[in-house]
Ligand binder design. Structure first.
Ligand SMILES: [Zn+2]
Length: 139
């Protein structure tokens, strides 16, 4: 697993030598479904990179054909007042279409993959709005 992350990191570093941040954003958007109304137009670059890591973790657990759905970026009026969503530093990923017995593993894998720079929360567990919240907390 560590080896895969290192390979992914090296590929990203290599890719960034050729790609600009808009290319990385486009790649991320191509790898996910966006729930209608989700706005990612001003997403910070760090979230595109994190988003690709999240996609990788979905693929590792559910297969490469799985396409995660982003249910919120900077678009939803009911986040808490100081939510990172309004700073383009948070993403929500749908998890209620993931088999029940794989959800905890997925959340833990995302948490490990993103490390201490990110806060990963499994929100509304068991509810209609169940999702994984990923936010950037520090450099
Ligand atoms: Zn959120």
């Amino acid at each position: 697993m560590r080896f895969s992350v290192i390979i992914l990191f090296c590929l990203c570093v290599f890719a960034w030598a050729e790609w600009n941040s808009e290319d990385v954003h486009r790649l991320f958007i191509k790898r996910v479904n966006l729930k209608p109304g989700v706005y990612t137009g001003k997403l910070e670059s760090v979230m595109d990179s994190a988003g690709l890591s999240v996609v990788y973790e979905y693929h590792r657990l559910l297969g490469d054909m799985y396409r995660p759905t982003v249910t919120s970026a900077n678009d939803f009026g009911s986040h808490s007042r100081y939510s990172k969503h309004y700073l383009n530093l948070a993403l929500d990923f749908r998890i209620n279409d993931v088999p029940q017995n794989k959800r905890a593993i997925l959340v833990e894998n995302i948490r490990k993959s993103l490390g201490k720079r990110f806060l990963v929360l499994w929100e509304s567990q068991g509810g209609k709005n169940e999702h994984v919240h990923v936010e950037f907390i520090r450099d």
